[in-house]
Ligand binder design. Structure first.
Ligand SMILES: [Zn+2]
Length: 526
């Protein structure tokens, strides 16, 4: 649903951008204002790079300074709005009151367990001195190995424990001033302020998240190699189950392209390359050729994550230490999420193996149902499809044979309405094609006149009216007849004076409608 709405937004964004382009060309200009570029970004979800790429073909540039200024203003507005709105289902007020000089450093890139002092405890919107068994709340410590949800990577889960207490961390987030907060529940005993506790991240879960995150970087690189340098990340989401990567590209990927991308990633997994992390300045990062959207969302020092010599990207997330740990990478879907934005979902490690297993299971059950071996599946399916086609043909023939049985009865029903012959019938279970055949034949038989037939089939009504040339000259109009008849049957339709068709929703009205034809005819032929 949300994706549909998103696609709609992008489509209207394209329309707006086209208007802007026309406007610029009419004014003999070659610059798109920062305000307009920002509107496309903010309202229609167009990344600046995408707008830039579209405009490049038209020789139009974007006022980047103006765009950045708008972006800054937006940030300030957002901050003001956030201060008023809620956070994690509770009023945000208390989280904003965490002192800005409090240190809550993330030490979890290489440590998954450490000891730290409890700085703050929050329960029911209040700072408290302790949290006891059964209570949920928020815990802030001086240092933490827990990764807080950021940059598309989900927050860590795990446990906390100390003197006589145990608890679980169900999520980890940041407040608006980047302070790390743990969402916790106390299972046993109580945790007190200033106490030294142990924080321990769920290692397997973190490892699976890291595999998916490193694989996301490799996918990004592979896409650029296979599709071209116009591919930019426009969003990503990484959790322990799967990874999702949104990127700029205008057409669906072909099977060949998908295979190439998947192979490229797997080849580099098998190279068992070391994953390295380096802190450097933004300029150094840019010079090193690291992939990033070099906008002002980065601070002075940036973290550059490289996978061997394959991928190099700015990133604050967690990663595995060797590409080989990913084991296997499988793309599970590729789709468009908006005009110019594609989405790939993929899985790694044992989850990837499971997805391959599922395919194998599927083939096995098809074998069983079709009673053939794997290599004969395609052949068997094509034989079955042909059989069904033949049977459909046969059924069609039988149906029209059945319908033609009614022909005699219809001929017998012929009446004379002001000098024009009229044949009518309300039939059952005759489909539209057979009804038409039947009307054709009846019209040919009566020589000169009108045929109006109706059939109730599958809870619906099919209607047809046909008239010979002479009948039309005498005032008959099949379009008008069928319109009135169809209205009685809860439907609509029309057509030409010599032929008209319609459908209706009320089979129980068919008999009454067909009986009405005589009086409709009488009005037309005088
Ligand atoms: Zn990353």
């Amino acid at each position: 649903m949300e994706e549909e709405r998103f696609a709609e937004t992008i489509d209207s964004g394209m329309a707006i951008l086209n208007e802007y382009i026309l406007d610029i060309q009419n004014k003999d200009s070659n610059v798109l204002s920062g305000e307009k570029a920002f509107r496309l970004y903010d309202t229609y979800g167009f990344p600046l790079e995408l707008t830039e790429e579209i405009l490049e073909d038209k020789n139009i540039k974007i006022d980047i300074d103006g765009f950045n200024e708008e972006m800054q203003q937006q940030r300030e507005r957002a901050r003001a709005a956030r201060e008023e709105s809620s956070y994690m289902g509770v009023n945000n007020g208390i989280l904003d009151k965490i002192p800005s000089d409090l240190n809550t450093s993330f030490d979890g890139y290489d440590k998954l367990e450490l000891q730290s002092k409890v700085e703050l405890l929050i329960s029911n919107e209040k700072f408290v001195d302790e949290l006891t068994e059964g209570n949920s709340g928020i815990l802030v410590t001086e240092r933490t190995p827990f990764y807080s949800e950021m940059g598309g990577q989900i927050g860590d889960k795990g446990t906390i424990f100390g003197e006589g207490f145990e608890g679980i961390v169900t999520d980890c987030k940041k407040n608006i001033s980047n302070k790390i907060v743990h969402i916790i529940k106390i299972k046993k005993g109580k945790v007190k302020i200033n106490e030294k506790i142990t924080l321990k991240v769920d290692k397997i879960r973190r490892n699976n998240i890291s595999k998916n995150h490193t694989a996301t970087h490799m996918l990004h690189k592979a896409l650029r190699m296979v599709l071209g340098e116009h591919v930019h990340q426009s969003g990503s989401y990484v959790d322990e189950e799967r990874l999702r990567f949104d990127f700029t590209h205008f057409t669906a990927l072909t099977q060949v392209e998908l295979k190439k991308v998947e192979y490229l990633v797997n080849e580099n997994i098998m190279k068992t390359s070391t994953v390295n992390t380096k802190l450097m300045t933004l300029d150094e990062a840019r010079e090193s050729g690291a992939m990033a959207l070099f906008d002002n969302k980065y601070g002075d020092d940036v973290r550059v994550v490289s996978v061997g010599d394959f991928s190099k990207e700015l990133c604050g997330g967690t990663h595995i230490s060797n590409s080989g740990e990913i084991g296997l990478f499988k793309i599970v879907s590729e789709a468009g999420v908006a005009s110019g934005i594609r989405r790939i979902e993929a899985v790694t490690g044992l989850t990837a193996l499971k997805s391959v297993d599922e395919k194998v299971e599927l083939i096995k059950s098809i074998e069983k149902d079709l009673k053939c071996s794997e290599k004969d599946i395609l052949n068997k399916v094509s034989i079955l499809t042909n059989e069904i086609k033949e049977k459909d043909k046969e059924i069609g023939k039988l149906k029209s044979k059945l319908a033609s049985g009614s022909e005699g009865d219809i001929i017998k029903s012929i009446k004379d309405i002001n000098g024009v012959k009229l044949a009518v019938a309300a039939l059952k279970d005759v489909d539209a094609n057979s009804l038409r055949d039947l009307a054709d034949k009846t019209r040919d038989k009566i020589g000169e006149g009108v045929v109006v037939l109706g059939s109730s089939i599958n809870g619906k009504v099919q209607l047809i009216a046909m008239a010979t040339k002479d009948a039309v000259l005498k005032g008959v109009n099949c379009g008008k007849i069928i319109k009135e008849v169809a209205t009685i049957c809860g439907g609509g339709g029309g057509g030409r004076p010599d032929m008209a068709q319609a459908g209706g929703k009320s089979p129980e009205k068919l008999q009454e409608a067909i009986e009405k034809v005589e009086s409709i005819m009488a009005k037309l032929v005088k």
